[in-house]
Design a protein around this ligand. Structure first.
Ligand code: ADP
Ligand code: GN1
Ligand code: MG
Length: 366
């Protein structure tokens, strides 16, 4: 789809004259662009995003969430300054709104560009994971008193793994693209693992795991790390901030940074859980959050990595069966490759769960 960038770029209160625009980042959902404007001879970058309104159907409610959460975080940081941490900041439209809706019904928003910081798809050093763990822990900590009732559910049942399993079965039954024959092993793996879908949910229903305000998409490239100090500078991608469980966030972070491989690597003989990476993230996260968590939450942290990785693998597989309608794909069978990768990671974590639990234990008691 082509967009009228000349019109769109006039809609935001950027400080300077528009110079250039180019696609930016590696997100699977929204269309992200880096815009450069010039002011007094200096170049200034901004982020421009087209929100994926096929996925986030109640886009205006989503923007209300982001305004609410970022406003709260700014006030929090004024009262409790945190060195180097920046809050994701919306740039208002010319009419003072947090978004601009174009004539085709697309929603555009702009953020202040976080400079000299990077969202890594694969963090090479364990120290980076320690910082990521601290940053996502801090994000949860800062929002612990945020009024969860003020948040809209931007994707219904986003981490309802049981519901995700039902969607998988529906897609399998429909098999619109006759792809089921190409992924029999992964289908069998999904069905064999269906019991883990209810684990977090049933604990939440019983009340042994509390509902909190969580990020829900704690992929490692959704935290920008300072290019020089490595410190977590800003947690981004706030589209899914909703009431949830801390287990979603911890588990999803390990899913995205705890393995030896990137999410879509096909080199599966080298797949493993990297316990050093796991330990670094766990240490950083628990340094901030251990006193906030219940003993049941702590007990389930390691297991949450298996559940969330399984859930994501199942989502990739479902999307493969559906004909790639949700996640952006960049090569043939991309979603199937991702599903195979995630399931290989699940298997390795199942083998090493006891080691992971021992690491959690170490940092929750010290
Ligand atoms: P998606 O939902 O598609 O993942 P994100 O909001 O995560 O979209 O943005 C995609 C990428 O754009 C991020 O991974 C990051 O590299 C970059 N990005 C987003 N917001 C900012 C920002 N405010 N400053 C710098 N980079 C950003
Ligand atoms: C998507 O938007 P992005 O790329 O940060 C997805 C996550 C998945 C992730 C897998 C809203 O995250 O849930 O875990 O891809 N976000 C949404 O890489 O569905
Ligand atoms: Mg993202």
């Amino acid at each position: 789809m082509t967009h009228d960038f000349e019109t769109i770029c006039k809609q935001f209160q950027w400080k300077g004259d528009f110079k250039s625009i180019r696609p930016y980042g590696d997100g699977h959902i929204n269309d992200t662009y880096l815009v450069t404007v010039e002011y007094s001879g200096e170049s200034m970058p901004y982020i421009l995003q087209r929100v994926n309104h096929q996925i986030f159907k109640a886009t205006e409610q989503l923007m209300e969430n982001i305004e609410g959460v970022t406003g709260y975080l700014v006030d929090y940081i004024i009262e409790h300054p945190i060195d180097h941490y920046q809050v994701l900041t919306l740039v208002p439209s010319q009419t003072g709104q947090s978004f601009y809706k174009d004539a085709d019904g697309n929603y555009w928003r702009s953020y202040v560009f976080i400079q000299k910081a990077t969202g890594h798809l694969f963090a090479e050093k364990s120290s980076m994971l320690y910082e990521a763990g601290r940053a996502f822990g801090l994000f949860q900590y800062m929002l612990k008193d945020y009024p969860a009732d003020n948040l809209h559910e931007t994707i219904q049942g986003f981490h309802n793994t049981k519901q995700r399993y039902k969607y998988f079965i529906t897609s399998l039954e429909k098999d619109v693209n006759q792809r089921a024959k190409l992924c029999q092993e992964e289908i069998a793996f999904t069905i064999e693992h269906q019991n883990i879908c209810t684990l977090i949910l049933s604990e939440m229903e019983k009340g042994s795991i509390p509902m909190r305000v969580t990020h829900n998409d704690t992929k490692i490239n959704n935290v920008l790390l300072d290019d020089i100090t490595g410190i977590g500078r800003c947690v981004i991608d706030l589209d899914t901030v909703m009431p949830g469980s801390v287990l979603y966030d911890f588990g999803d972070a390990i899913r995205s940074c705890g393995s030896t491989l990137e999410e879509d690597s096909e080199n599966l003989e080298e797949m493993d859980i990297d316990l050093e990476r796991f330990e670094a993230y766990t240490k950083g996260y628990l340094e901030i959050m251990k006193d906030e968590l219940s003993s049941r939450e702590i007990q389930l942290l390691a297991m949450s990595a298996i559940i969330m990785t399984f859930e994501c693998g199942m989502r990739f597989l479902t999307d493969y069966l559906d004909g790639d309608t949700y996640f952006k794909v960049h090569k043939e069978k991309h979603n199937l490759i991702r599903a195979k990768n995630q399931y290989a990671f699940v298997k390795k974590m199942e083998e090493k769960l006891a080691h992971m639990e021992a690491i959690v234990q170490k940092y929750s008691t010290t």
